[in-house]
Design a protein around this ligand. Sequence first.
Ligand code: FAD
Length: 298
Amino acid sequence: MSLTELFKHKTVFSLEVFPPKKTSPTEAILPTLTRLQSLNPDFISVTLGAGGTDHCDGTVEIANLIQNKLNIPAVSHVPGLYQTKEQVLALLDRLDSINVKNILALRGDRIAGKQPAGDFTHANELVKFVKEQRPDFTVASACYPNCHTEAAGFVDDLAHLKEKVDAGADHLISQLFFDNQAFYDFKEKTEIAGINVPIEAGIMPCTNKNQIERITQISGVPIPKKFAAIMDRYQDSKEAMLDAGIAFAVDQIIDLVSQGVDGIHLYTMNNSKIAKRIWDETESVFAASDLSKQKANS
Ligand code: FAD
């Protein structure tokens, strides 16, 4: 069953990992992946060049481990900004050769001082190109419940999102957010705009104040008062911050699943222990939601 088909039958639960630092061998991630396997994810996606790091290898090798060693569908991130059409085709060929036919097509994070390759300025161009060149690939795209930092505003950002979907994006994965209401408002706007593909909600468990401040600064995602209070109260206790951050993410997920979200995409930050704790707290919620989806379909 294709990933897109899957959304019709269940609340999709997916995970994101990133390649280890260049100094570590790719295989270093295998124990983490093996532990994540026990969460029974519908797919695991692997970043490529995220955070403006220069494009590192490792993504295809990790996708290979996920797809062929662990037998979990793998999704490779493919940023277009610094790649020529030929380079993208070569990457798709490498993925095809290991039977990975799912990608997340992105513009890509900017790399300070590096000149874009010029073939793909925005993600919609990449989506269109991949769909033309490799129609058998499933192509996901990114979306931003709190609006993309570079967008002129929500209306513009939504219009550009519609362009990605019209270009062939099969489903969307959202940027992280801490306020579910922002996601619900965004979802309503996408429906009005005629964006009818499944949208997975991106959830990042935040268990460390510095990490949260760095991520929210880069992504422009606002921190709600409730979460700011948690950080202020517990920042000096590693254990309390961990418990509170996990509880906050669990709370977000339970609410989203109960509101019929298409899927949850967990940004694991390669921390399988935290991901496991979240899964243990929410597994039954996913199961109950799938049961009611199956009943509705029959
Ligand atoms: P676009 O859809 O191109 O949008 C970027 C901006 O341009 C937006 O403001 C949009 O409104 C505007 N825009 C879009 N189309 C047009 C147009 N035709 N004309 C004018 N303006 C337009 N980055 C990486 O480098 N590697 C990764 O692995 C990675 N993984 C990610 C995973 C997820 C789930 C998410 C949400 C982001 C990820 N990123 C990654 C970051 C992403 O590359 C950045 O957020 C980037 O700034 C935007 O990417 P995009 O694909 O959404 O771009």
